[in-house]
Design a binder for this molecule. Structure first.
Ligand SMILES: Cc1cc2nc3c(=O)[nH]c(=O)nc-3n(C[C@H](O)[C@H](O)[C@H](O)COP(=O)(O)OP(=O)(O)OC[C@H]3O[C@@H](n4cnc5c(N)ncnc54)[C@H](O)[C@@H]3O)c2cc1C
Length: 253
């Protein structure tokens, strides 16, 4: 099927750290589900110094009802699309493939008591879209958002997280993890190791069990693979439509 590219206009490109950006843009998106992604296309110089279009997928942070679309991204060394997106200014245009796609959505998650949303880096993005919907609060008793980053100043979107914490104090928990710095009261290390040691569950005061938990995980392949291994020891497996399980994953790179 041919890709249908539509034009998008940048409203704001907010730099959050030296390499993290919140790109907010206006586009006539087709209806989509919270958690889905779309390919973004920018025209940048190729290695021969000529203008060329490059595209990569990015998860949307907004819900289908929001006025503007938003993606949370980081620049990658020599990355064509991420650096192209970082250079965009308000009023500039980019292209977005329609419709948005992907199965990392709430309708694919079975009914359970506790929903764990594990993320590394910008992998936290699709959860914000889901957390902005009514469905997630209606379906799950406890929602635990875990965000692992190398340094604490990459724990972006604290305003949004505070809003959920205030609005759903009994239902929502946010657990930050920082791997390369020591911060009092903040878990240090990697998600799989902190599950294995029991520290993540101790922090949440909630057990991860195959009886009442579902794990969503989004981010780099190392975290996804190692977390799957650790959860396998507890009898938890990949969730597939034809073979229900306990783990749903979205791999960024
Ligand atoms: C379904 C899906 C959704 C995605 N959503 C997002 C999103 O919301 N935000 C976001 O920032 N990225 C997201 N990505 C990753 C994104 O598509 C690009 O891979 C990334 O922005 C790099 O693109 P590039 O063109 O700059 O570099 P490329 O030339 O495509 O990649 C250069 C190298 O960087 C590696 N790489 C890719 N991403 C990262 C990263 N984050 N950190 C370190 N190395 C990386 C690649 O493996 C590759 O080796 C998503 C990927 C997928 C598959």
């Amino acid at each position: 099927m041919a890709t249908n590219w539509i034009s998008a206009t940048v409203i704001e490109n907010r730099q959050l750290t030296d390499r993290h950006f919140a790109l907010i843009f206006e586009a006539k998106l087709l209806p989509f589900k919270a958690g889905q992604f779309a390919r973004l296309q920018v025209e940048v110089l190729n290695d021969d110094g000529e203008l060329e279009k490059f595209a990569n997928p990015y998860s949307l942070l907004n819900t289908p009802n929001d006025k503007y679309a938003e993606v949370y991204f980081n620049t990658v060394t020599n990355g064509k699309v991420s650096n192209g997106l970082a250079s965009l200014k308000p009023g500039d245009t980019l292209e977005i493939a329609q419709p948005c796609v992907g199965f990392f959505v709430l309708s694919q998650i079975p009914d359970v008591k506790n929903l764990w949303m594990l993320s590394t880096g910008t992998g936290v993005g699709p959860y914000f879209s889901m957390l902005k919907t009514a469905e997630v609060w209606e379906r799950f008793e406890k929602i635990i958002l875990v965000h692992a980053v190398p340094i604490a100043n990459e724990l972006n979107y604290s305003d949004l997280i505070e809003k959920f914490t205030i609005e759903y104090p009994e239902q929502f928990q946010f657990i930050p993890i920082v791997s390369r710095e020591d911060h009092e009261g903040i878990l240090k290390g990697r998600i799989p190791a902190l599950i294995k040691s029991g520290e993540l569950e101790a922090k949440a005061g909630i057990e991860i069990s195959k009886e009442d938990s579902h794990i969503m995980q989004c981010g780099n392949s190392g975290m996804l693979k190692d977390t799957k291994e650790v959860l396998k020891e507890r009898g938890m497996d990949r969730h597939l439509n034809h073979k229900p399980g306990h783990i749903s994953s979205e791999q960024y790179f």
